[in-house]
Design a protein. Structure first.
Length: 240
């Protein structure tokens, strides 16, 4: 069974205003981990749901240090201004997302691309041009927790832009030597299709669920789903 943490649960919430009931949280986690949820073993589903309940229950016992809060109507949401272990305020996902886009733009400009963000979100976050060649970029930003990265791409948008010069850049933020640094994974639609072919991307009805794990023994990053793994170290910092 896939490891489920409180970070896994929190990643389901877009921001601190979004609320979810327990049954919806369990349903979304099962859909992400096991896309063929109609065929999931009942005992495995029961174990997953039990673990989700346990993790949330233990988190709420942390009081003001918890990741989630529960209102009188029984709905859960992300706690605002939660303190992280290093004492910094946890930033709302809208800021994290925009910061990731700015980090990508900075890296592109260092490489001679003229890059800027899109005003409207239609599946493209950044447009970059160099030598009269335009690239469209979708950015996914997340914190690396326990050496693992989770990101989601909407399937309808992936299919919409599959024939275009689009790149999917996953920005993983982690602590190194007391500082926060970023790592960038850059994928083309062809790369995503290859990883789907190798069954290393979990597909639910609406999303491509991407999971990347750092292996300390080899120093490499692997995209995985179940027992299927693919070394994606090649895609680190491969900007356009």
């Amino acid at each position: 069974m896939e490891t489920i943490t409180i970070e896994t649960v929190v990643s389901l919430f877009k921001n601190a205003n979004e609320k979810k009931r327990m049954r919806d949280i369990k349903k979304e986690i099962i859909a992400a981990l096991y896309p063929d949820s109609l065929l999931i073993d009942p005992e495995l589903q029961e174990e997953v749901e039990h673990n989700v309940e346990r993790i949330i229950r233990e988190d709420l016992k942390s009081g003001s240090d918890s990741f989630l809060t529960r209102d009188s109507g029984g709905k859960y949401r992300k706690r605002r201004n939660r303190r992280t272990p290093n004492g910094d305020s946890d930033v709302d996902s809208i800021y994290i997302g925009k910061a990731g886009e700015c980090a990508v733009i900075s890296e592109l400009m260092f490489r001679g691309y003229n890059a800027n963000t899109m005003l409207l979100d239609e599946g493209i976050d950044v447009v970059a041009v160099k030598n009269n060649i335009y690239y469209y970029i979708q950015v996914k930003t997340t914190h690396i927790r326990d050496g693992r990265i989770y990101a989601r791409i909407k399937k309808d948008r992936f299919e919409k832009y599959i024939e275009s010069q689009i790149r999917y850049i996953i920005v993983g933020r982690y602590e190194k030597g007391g500082d926060n640094v970023n790592i960038f994974f850059v994928f083309s639609p062809g790369d995503i299709e290859l990883l789907k072919y190798h069954q290393c991307i979990n597909e639910s009805e609406d999303f491509l669920n991407i999971k990347i794990e750092f292996e300390a023994r080899t120093g490499k990053y692997y995209m995985y789903d179940g027992n299927k793994r693919f070394d994606v170290s090649f895609y680190i910092n491969k900007f356009l």
